[in-house]
Design a protein around this ligand. Sequence first.
Ligand code: PMV
Length: 308
Amino acid sequence: MTTADSDGHRPNVGEGGFASSPGKVILFGEHAVVHGYPAIAAPLQRRVTAHVVPDGSGTVSIDAEGDVGPILPVAVTACLKSFGIHGAKVAFGGDLPRSVGLGSSAALSVALVKACAAASGCLLSDGQTLERAMDVERSFHGNPSGLDHTVSYTGKILRFVRGVPFSEVRLARPMDAVVWVVSPRGSAKERIARISEMAKDDPERVRGIFSAIRDLSEEAVSAMERGDLELVGRNMDVNHRCLSELDLSTPSLDEACRRLRDAGAYGAKLTGAGGGGAVVALCQDAQGILRTLDLPENVAFPVRWNPA
Ligand code: PMV
């Protein structure tokens, strides 16, 4: 029997377990969150799908767009095994751009765990699902904070601190953004490791930057909860400058942020591990900004978050 996930996304054909999970944008606090500082992230409508069809063959075949790479087969096989699935056909799909800072590995991790649970008839609690998705995510990121897969699983805008129960950010009014996929980027795992090295080599400087990011995040939570999106945007601009000081931005990311601000955004920043990838801009009129920028749909798209 094919199992649809709670969001009603269904595969076209076949048996087994099917699930999907959304990507995310980090509005504040990437990297700082790995080191115990707060971050704010929000889910996207774009998702990753996973379809797991156990076949008892003892081998795992993976169907995914583009280069599968060496990590995915190992991570998928380990996840299947943890559900007692020895051999399966696994297919990944969806409309979330990969490896550009939009949480594709976390969305894949959550979708895979949910699909395995459905395929094996295993009922998992929220905590168990999150733990297993974190295991998969570790294969990709080494030392992830847990922010990405928690937002992907809950589908909510979260204030997240590593190792502490998360809280939902309750918007006072709808919030609109533009996400712009600017350029490919290198390994998030290496960048996370590099910032950790920097924090060891020059702890005072990095602590100063992370503390500034923390203050911006905390102020932004209150601003979102009272509907002051201009202030949220200004803080995003400053967060972007903090990330530049950590050498995480690039000329193309800076240029994209500048164009978004010039087109009327409240503020813009790189999102995710940096060194390329995507930017996110908060704005009053996402469609108007997209018209001004005149970018293809697969490069820039609007996002809306509504109050719960
Ligand atoms: O670039 P992404 O989508 O993989 O996000 C990474 C976010 C970091 O804060 C850099 C790492 C983490 O685990 O939180």
